[in-house]
Unconditional design. Structure first.
Length: 218
């Protein structure tokens, strides 16, 4: 917990969190409007999480100066420090996702009761599943495409953006499947499979990032 508090405070003081937060706010506000179907709003706010959480994770992984990172790695261990950094970025993504979903719930049009129509409760659960899936996919992308796995700044930025766009647009992506499931009709099963796939991918990405942390150049 001490390492997590340190990483959160470090990210907050660095102001590196500001660009991804502004991007998310701009994307959600510009892509939503009053009277928009709730399903579309929840899908849109969830989709925006993928590139934003990927960027947010990169911001957390690069916020610490090299000398401070070396001292922290010596005291607490590089792997624990890396895990705390990824967790801090994920916590920030959760906060963004909650705010985005709340905004959509406030301004969009809730479904009316009717045969074959999705219920508000069903859409809420589907929205949570989509948001969680996109959050984890974004975190996995940020962990895989940034230090210590990819150290070159240009390659890291381009790969983060490219993989995030592909994760949202590709039909076989769990994020894409979860987003499309928000518009499912009543009685359609919730997208638990994309959630489980996202959990596995995030676990693999985090493991690779944490295990490689001792080899990161300081």
């Amino acid at each position: 917990m001490a390492l997590l508090r340190y990483q959160v405070a470090l990210l907050g003081r660095s102001h590196r969190w500001l660009p991804p937060v502004l991007l998310y706010a701009a994307a959600v506000v510009s892509g939503s409007f009053e009277g928009m179907p709730l399903a579309d709003g929840l899908g849109w706010s969830s989709a925006a999480l993928v590139p934003v959480v990927g960027w947010f994770t990169r911001s957390a992984l690069t916020a610490e100066p090299a000398p401070a990172r070396a001292c922290l790695a010596t005291m607490a261990g590089p792997r624990r420090a890396q895990l705390a950094t990824l967790t801090a970025a994920l916590a920030g993504g959760v906060l963004l996702g909650v705010l985005g979903a709340g905004f959509e719930l406030a301004i969009t049009r809730w479904p009316t009761a009717g045969a074959g129509q999705p219920t508000a409760g069903g859409l809420a659960f589907a929205g949570v599943a989509a948001g969680l899936t996109c959050l984890l996919i974004g975190s996995a992308i940020g962990a895989l495409c940034n230090p210590p796995l990819i150290r070159h700044r240009g390659y890291a930025v381009m790969s983060t953006a490219a993989v995030a766009i592909a994760a949202v647009a590709a039909s076989g992506s769990p994020a894409n499947a979860a987003i499309r499931a928000t518009s499912a009709t009543q009685g359609h099963p919730l997208p638990w499979v994309p959630v489980l796939i996202a959990v596995v991918l995030a676990a693999v990405a985090w493991t690779a990032s944490v295990l490689t942390a001792p080899h990161r150049a300081t």
